[in-house]
Every structure is written in C-alpha cells, then in structure tokens.
Ligand binder design. Structure first.
Ligand SMILES: *Cc1c(COP(=O)(O)O)cnc(C)c1O
Length: 239
C-alpha cells in the first residue's frame, strides 16, 4: 500500500543485521540483545506487518494512543513496553494494558501500578529509568538514587523488577556515546552487586545502538530505523 509498508521487512532485517554485527564486534552472542520496535505514532496495520516479519516486542510512549492499539491488536501475541513518562492519572491504563514499564522513576507511580495490576495478569515487568547526564528529558533517577528506588520497587507484589533503562543525550561520537552508556552499565552492575538479579539493560536507539551494545545493552529500542521517520510530535504531548 504505502512505501513504508513495502520497505518494512527490509528495514527490520537490516536493523537485525546491525544488532548482530554490533554483538559480534563486542564479542557477544546476538541472542543477548532483544530488539524492541518503537511503534509510537505508527498505526496498527504497520505494527501487524512488523509482526508478520517476526517482530513481537513493541514500545510505546503515549499511553492513550498505545492502549487503543493494544486493544485493536489483542488477537496477536505481542509484548507491549511503556517507554514514555507516566502521570498518576494514567497508571491504571498502564497497569491494565501493558506487559512492561521501562520508565519508573518515582515510588508513588510504582506503588499505584502494583496496586492497579489486574489480579489475573502476571506481574508487570519493570525497569528503573536512570539519568546519567542530566540529559534533555528530566526523567529518570540519578545513579545515587537508583538503589533505594530499585529495592523498594523489588518489594512490590505485582511488579517484577527486571533492570534499568536510560536515554543518554545522543552524541554522534562513538567513544563519547560509549562513555555515557558505560555510566549506565556501572549502575546496572552496582545494583546486581547488591543482589537484585537484574537481567535487562535497556539502552540504545536508532542512532546509537552500536555504542550501546558495545557497552553492555541487552535491549535496544529502535523506531526510526525500522519504521522510517515519524510525523512531528503534536504540541502539548510530552516527548
Ligand atoms: C522514540 C524513542 C525511541 C526510538 O528512537 P529512534 O531514534 O526513533 O530509534 C527509543 N526510546 C525512547 C524512550 C523513545 O522515546
């Protein structure tokens, strides 16, 4: 139908090849890195095409847009990750519809998500968002706050703490990007040294997945390189 749909399987394949090449360069197995397809602003038809091309994990930023899509695509065995900021008044929607939340940075939100997770559903899989560079989005806890929040979150009954997520300021310089990602990896290692048994280090996007994988990422969140450019963000919607 549209160009983006025809190119999608090829673009997905080339992103998988980039992930595999980055793993090889880092001396890691390709199976160590999960590809999360970031489908914000992308319609359910195109998400279905990505599923047909073998993609099952999808990331969404805008809760209401996401929930509509999740409901429309209920017939497919997809895994949905919330990777956008969560206001208190949206926690119920998130708890009821998503499988993962990667953006926890307040205990209050974590408590609400745990309380509102429907009884019949498995625990919500969660990551603490860590901000290592005071970067553009003010979201995320500082490295020094990460342990206390992680320990509190790990104690909540309907959440399962899986790891940490970070969105460092993009930099075109590979070495500089690796230095920032290494700070995130250091937080990840420090929490594991405290006995938290985390298995997910979510970092790296279209422009910097190679540096992230070199630095130990286990999940890259990729939008543009799979789906092409997105329309500009509507004003009033927090990025
Ligand atoms: C949009 C977004 C991505 C994907 O970014 P691309 O540059 O399009 O790959 C990844 N993570 C988060 C949190 C995002 O908001």
């Amino acid at each position: 139908m549209t160009t983006i749909q025809n190119q999608l399987p090829t673009q997905l394949q080339s992103v998988r090849a980039r992930v595999a090449a980055a793993c090889q360069a880092a001396g890691r197995a390709a199976s160590e890195v999960t590809l999360l397809a970031v489908s914000k602003t992308i319609g359910p038809e195109v998400v279905t095409q990505a599923y047909d091309a073998g993609q099952t994990a999808f990331g969404e930023n805008y809760i209401q847009e996401a929930v509509q899509k999740i409901i429309q695509l209920r017939h497919l065995p997809l895994e949905w990750h919330c990777i956008g900021p969560i206001q208190s008044n949206k926690t119920r929607l998130v708890a009821e519809h998503f499988d993962w939340v990667q953006t926890l940075d307040r205990l209050k939100i974590a408590q609400r998500l745990s309380e509102q997770r429907p009884a019949g559903r498995p625990p919500l899989q969660v990551c603490i968002q860590v901000n290592v560079d005071g970067g553009a989005s003010k979201s995320g806890v500082s490295p020094s706050e990460a342990l206390a929040l992680a320990q509190s979150v790990a104690a909540l009954p309907k959440l399962r703490l899986r790891g940490i997520m970070s969105i460092p300021e993009p930099t075109p310089d590979f070495v500089a990007a690796c230095a920032l990602f290494a700070r995130v990896k250091a937080v990840f290692d420090a929490l594991n040294a405290e006995g938290l048994a985390l298995d997910t280090l979510s970092m790296g996007m279209s422009a910097d997945m190679e540096a992230a994988i070199q630095s130990g990422s286990t999940m890259v969140r990729v939008g543009t390189a799979i789906f092409g450019g997105r329309p500009p963000i509507k004003s009033g919607i927090a990025h």
